[in-house]
Design a protein around this ligand. Structure first.
Ligand code: SF4
Length: 98
């Protein structure tokens, strides 16, 4: 039914703040943190850990891989690294850096 209305596509409702969120990428997110490993450094999403997502602990500028593993384990580290999308659109947990 939506396709039948030619005017529908031209009238999109954009809520305040939604445009910033829609154009944002992980790079601008406060949860985007560099994880320092022994051989390489990789960005990861700290929103995967409740500790940081709830604000219980301050989000650091960078984090040692051994500290992340100590906090949440290796599987969580892999998940956090895989979740980051530096060039693609940010997810629903996006929070701009202050
Ligand atoms: S995946 Fe979401 S919460 Fe994590 S760094 Fe990217 S935008 Fe932020």
């Amino acid at each position: 039914m939506r396709g039948a209305n030619a005017l529908y596509e031209g009238h999109r409702l954009m809520l305040p703040g939604l445009k910033d969120r829609a154009t944002a990428t992980c790079r601008g997110c406060r949860y985007y943190v560099l994880i320092l490993g022994r051989e390489e450094n990789k960005p990861a999403c700290l929103a995967t850990l409740d500790l940081y997502l709830t604000g219980e602990r301050r989000v650091p500028g960078e984090l040692q891989a051994r500290d992340f593993i100590w906090l949440a384990g290796k599987e969580a580290l892999v998940k956090a690294v895989e979740k980051v999308r530096p060039e693609r659109q940010a997810c629903g947990f996006y929070c701009p850096r202050e």
